[in-house]
Design a protein around this ligand. Structure first.
Ligand code: DAH
Length: 345
């Protein structure tokens, strides 16, 4: 009887020594069998009461030996399996396998057009300035020569932050002009792309959010001719070297004189008639010489410095470039729409 028990323990020790668990599950099985709360060694320990006194000590030592062996082997195997997992980059991961193909995303059409405009100006020394979309009244309106009671504010109604009349969602990227002019010294040559907001009824033609690119150049002796040449260079890079431009007198509170720039789109088909209202000319941006009041508001001496600014909407240009009928498409995030824009414009 007692030698039976000795034999049982010995066979367990043998089993422990023979086990070579390879993968994690086998290792866990080993742990449960020999070390877990219901391990097979425990009941044999309890059997010590059936062992004659003179053999109790030898039996106890044998059982302990089994326990220690199980622990030692478990630790060793665990370390080995962890090391193996490291070498394969994780549990059972074979790094020599070819990867799953990853689908390439596509750029949003607004980003494609915006990046294109920005890079044209970067090439002639403008650097990108990005600013906040939640703006204060002063930077969006007052500094830009549009004081509180100015009628031009009516055309740019927007969203105010929590009933505040101080913070609003910027209505144009022109707010970046006042931000930059109050923090940098001339010469200033920036191009500022970004999102703007207006309290507009959403339709196929207008939206409460859209994108603009703003440009600003301030230095000594900057003239209207500099502006015209810069914008011509832009139009040629954007629409082709043969494009014709024209500047029409206009009004903006922050420029004096102000103009709108048209490009000659042509009148080849019905769509051309519709988008150019039968004139062949398409308006693409507003521009002008920075009003001395704006310079003064931003603590730049108007007797020493002058400059020009311009601003253009992106969605309209993207709609023209891709022949899209509805501005809402840009903001619906429908992948069936978005994934068509793989090519760069
Ligand atoms: N901020 C004007 C708008 O949103 C566009 C604009 C016009 C920007 C003339 C300018 C500018 O910098 O000189 O309608």
């Amino acid at each position: 009887m007692s030698s039976d028990l000795f034999d049982k323990v010995k066979s367990i020790i043998q089993e422990i020594e023979d086990t070579k668990p390879g993968v994690a599950e086998e290792l866990e099985q080993f742990r449960l069998r020999f070390l877990g709360t219901k391990n097979i060694i425990k009941p044999l320990m309890a059997e010590i009461r059936n062992i004659p006194n003179e053999s109790k000590k030898a039996y106890g030592q044998l059982v302990n030996q089994a326990k220690q062996k199980a622990e030692a082997i478990f630790e060793k195997l665990k370390a080995e399996s962890e090391q193996a997992a490291d070498q394969t980059g994780g549990e059972g991961l074979d790094l020599t396998m070819p990867p799953y193909p990853q689908e390439l995303g596509s750029r949003h059409p607004v980003s494609i057009v915006m990046n294109r405009i920005v890079s044209i100006f970067e090439r002639i020394g403008f650097s990108v300035a990005e600013e906040r979309e939640i703006e204060d009244d002063w930077h969006n309106f007052t500094a830009m020569n549009t004081p509180e009671d100015h009628p031009a504010r009516d055309m740019q109604d927007t969203y105010y932050i929590k009933d505040s009349i101080e913070y609003l969602l910027r209505t144009h990227t022109s707010s970046v002009q006042s931000r930059v002019m109050t923090t940098q010294k001339p010469p200033i040559r920036i191009i500022a792309p970004g999102r703007v907001y207006r309290n507009e009824t959403i339709s196929a033609r207008s939206h409460c959010q859209f994108h603009q690119v703003e440009g600003l150049y301030i230095d000594e002796g900057v003239s209207f001719a500099d502006m015209k040449q810069t914008l011509l260079n832009f139009a040629q890079a954007m629409y082709g070297p043969d494009i014709k431009i024209r500047l029409r007198p206009s009004y903006f509170p922050f420029t004096e004189p102000s103009a709108e720039m048209d490009v000659y789109w042509g009148l080849e088909n019905e769509i051309d008639y519709r988008i150019t209202k039968g004139t062949g000319w398409l308006e693409i941006l507003g521009c002008g010489m920075v009003d001395p009041n704006v310079l003064e508001n931003c603590k730049i001496d108007p007797d020493k410095y002058s400059g020009f600014a311009f601003g253009m909407g992106i969605e309209r240009q993207a709609m023209l470039a891709y022949n899209l009928p509805d501005i809402r498409l840009f903001f619906e995030n429908d992948v069936r729409f978005l994934k068509q824009f793989k090519a760069s414009m």
